[in-house]
Ligand binder design. Structure first.
Ligand code: NAP
Length: 336
């Protein structure tokens, strides 16, 4: 089969389309003919040599999500038939013509989604849904979402709308706030380079946003921190008592200082989350909840994935360059 292969650590042009062996489905696994996938920050880190694939995933083929047709069933697999349309997450190898997945992690693609739309769903919607659940977000809560026009961010804004949450957001690119508003964000702030570089100014900007525009004026009940770095500590000052911060991404940096007094006095929770490293049983539970609680909303059109741009697998280098540009709104999709 054809796959996008990381030939050595480096910039996008280290990626090459190569013939590699088609994987063989093991016990209770499916072989899926991938029709679409999408890019994630983790693919960029893996390509640069900073994020090795977990055990069981191919070391040199990136790709954390897939949408496609069941092509063959491994021994003991009985939940699906050949030709069924499925989507889900993988530890790697999604940017190829075939992947193998455990049959209980696969979810049926609703008819309303064509292949590019289906490819844009899994990482963004599963991550956002799982994080809101872990944060125990409830109707009436205010949720602050950083990098709000990212793939995960726009999924979170839509989930917030259907859950009855008030969504506030940040972006460094002012035009992206309009895209987030179109999906239901109540209010957002564009953070200038000067504000982002100055921790007190960043804390003041976030605090003002959530106190002036939150549902109860007391700050954010939930923060989805897709950015990390200085944003994490600054967000503590924008949170309501008993607020919950979910640390989901580290594009602004993996280190920082935290105001422990603020956490203590506010009785705040700071919790990290990652999808890729979860054990099989936990992934099955996460995907069952996604199938039950999110997929019906995608099927009815109450929510829709946001596609920034579609590339073919042959255009993998350009796709990586596009995601790396930070200009994207929503998902960079690959058709296979
Ligand atoms: N924990 C998990 O399991 C998991 C799963 C999926 C994704 N993630 C993480 O979630 C985040 C969003 O993922 P995604 O794929 O949806 O992202 P994405 O679509 O690639 O968007 C990321 C956006 O973040 C903003 N950004 C980039 N560098 C930044 C910086 N230094 N400071 C502030 N903002 C910055 C940019 O938008 P602006 O114009 O707004 O600055 C950029 O477009 C990423 O950090 C990703 O690693 C985590």
């Amino acid at each position: 089969m054809l796959a996008a292969v990381i030939t050595r650590p480096g910039p996008p042009d280290v990626l090459e389309l190569r013939e590699v062996p088609t994987p063989v489905p093991g016990t209770e696994q499916l072989l899926v003919r991938v029709r679409a996938s999408a890019l994630n920050r983790a693919d960029l880190h893996q390509r640069r040599g900073h994020y090795p694939a977990p055990p069981g995933a191919p070391a040199d083929v990136p790709g954390l999500e897939y949408a496609g047709e069941v092509a063959a069933l491994g021994p003991g697999a009985r939940e699906w038939r050949e030709g069924d349309r499925v989507f889900g997450l993988v530890g790697g190898g999604g940017h190829a013509e075939y992947v193998v997945v455990h049959e209980r992690t696969a979810v049926r693609v609703p008819d309303a989604l064509d292949w590019p739309a289906a490819g844009a769903v899994p990482e963004a919607f599963v991550t956002a849904h799982d994080a809101l659940r872990q944060a125990d977000a409830r109707a009436g809560d205010t949720v602050l979402i950083h990098a709000v026009a990212s793939g995960v961010g726009l999924a979170a804004v839509q989930l917030a709308r259907v859950l009855g949450l008030r969504a506030l957001g940040t972006a460094r690119t002012p035009a992206k706030l309009g895209d987030a508003r179109a999906h239901g964000m109540a209010h957002g702030v564009a953070l200038t380079r000067e504000v982002v570089a100055d921790p007190p100014s960043l804390a003041a900007a976030l605090s003002e946003l959530t106190h002036a525009h939150g549902a109860r004026g007391a700050g954010a009940d939930v923060v989805l921190d897709l950015v990390g770095g200085a944003y994490t500590n600054a967000s503590l000052h924008a949170m309501a008592p008993l607020g919950r911060l979910m640390l989901i991404g580290l594009v602004a940096g993996a280190e920082g200082t935290l105001d422990l007094g603020r956490i203590l006095r506010g009785r705040l929770t700071v919790r990290g989350t990652v999808m890729r490293a979860r054990a099989l049983e936990e992934r099955i539970v996460t995907m069952r909840r996604f199938a039950d609680e999110v997929v019906p909303l995608l099927a009815s059109g109450a929510m829709r994935p946001t596609i920034d741009r579609i590339f073919s697998l042959q255009e993998i280098v350009a796709a990586h360059e596009r995601l790396e540009s930070n200009e994207t709104v929503g998902k960079v999709v690959l058709t296979v």
